[in-house]
Write a protein that binds this ligand. Structure first.
Ligand code: NAD
Length: 294
């Protein structure tokens, strides 16, 4: 069993840390939110007063932070210099590949190991321990991390070298945004024509429109009891985080002169929805942008 420092105990990091505790690891957490720290303690974890204090004796550091800026700030020279030699650093935040590679290079230059390991599967997957991890980094670091990642996830992929996990993750999230918007459009159209959203969703789930948003994350309130749509779009994956990921995809498209017209449209829709005061709501609330009656 390992001593694990967990930095960022929000909607995703909180339940991920709890799954590590359940599998017998010693977890010391740090978050800026007192509430998040209280929850970790109630689940059998320990907390520290700073990221450095949480990580100084750790064998493994896991971070689950909002954006690349937070990740770059955490993995500062001061932080990395305070770690034990050979500490394995796992950043599971969704960030740009350039920042992921930059912090990994710094970590390696100071005698640590580092992988990017963003996740897919949402807050339900984080709670159930069924996340998909998409790893970028060296083969032996991937293998060292696998048993730890297995405590929090079901599918563990090695996408390639440092940063490759982040590239694969933003491709996935661009597709997720597109099919969430498409699913919202389709349900909305059917409902406006008098169809029952539940029955229409079941029909499309068994037809060629089937996709993840329909299967586990239906955006129409009341269709799926456990989906954020049925709790007023609270919890889940925030509109602002999806907007960030679509921005990362757009930047990645520019870098390589790749056309991503639907990704760019999705970015604009999510940006407008965020700017109208909905940044903190779950990303499936985009259906309300298309149907103001909801
Ligand atoms: P969140 O906002 O719920 O959690 C982030 C946590 O980080 C918060 O508790 C915040 O207080 C903490 N934090 C911020 N700065 C910190 C610092 N300097 N030190 C310590 N803690 C700090 O976000 P989330 O939904 O858990 O998402 C985290 C990451 O996971 C993001 O990169 C997101 O894109 C990605 N992600 C989210 C989902 C999802 O469904 N929510 C799914 C896949 C990936």
């Amino acid at each position: 069993m390992s001593n694990i420092a967990f930095i960022g105990l929000g909607n995703m990091g909180g339940p991920m840390a709890v799954n590590l505790i359940k599998k017998g690891h010693d977890v010391v957490g740090f978050d800026l939110s007192e509430e998040a720290l209280k929850i970790l303690v109630s689940e059998g974890g320990q907390v520290a007063e700073s990221a450095v204090a949480a990580a100084k004796d750790a064998d493994v550091v896991i971070s689950m932070l909002p954006s690349g800026k937070h990740v770059a700030d955490l993995y500062s020279e001061e932080f990395i210099n305070s770690l034990k030699p050979n500490t394995l650093l796992i950043d599971s935040s969704t960030i740009d590949a350039v920042t992921a590679r930059t912090v990994a290079e710094l970590a390696v230059s100071r005698g640590c190991r580092m992988i990017d390991a963003p996740v897919s599967g949402g807050t339900a997957g984080a709670k159930a321990g069924t996340l998909t991890f998409i790893v970028g980094g060296k083969q032996d670091d991937y293998e060292k991390a696998r048993p730890i990642l297995k405590c929090m996830g079901q599918n563990i992929f090695h996408a390639g070298e440092s940063g490759a996990g982040q590239v694969a993750k933003i491709c996935n999230n661009m597709l997720l945004a597109i099919h969430m918007i498409g699913t919202s459009e389709a349900i909305n159209l059917g409902v406006k024509h008098g169809l029952n959203p539940q029955i229409l969703s079941e029909i499309m789930q068994k037809s060629s429109g089937k996709n993840w948003s329909l299967d586990v994350y239906n955006p129409y309130p009341g269709v799926m009891e456990n989906a954020p749509a049925s709790r007023n779009y609270s919890g889940g994956f925030a509109v602002d985080l999806m907007t960030k990921d679509l921005g990362l995809a757009a930047e990645a498209g520019l870098e390589t002169k790749t056309s991503t017209p639907l990704g760019n449209t999705a970015l604009n829709l999510y940006r407008m929805w965020s700017e109208s005061g909905n940044g903190k709501t779950d990303f499936s609330s985009i259906i309300q942008f298309l149907n103001r009656d909801l």
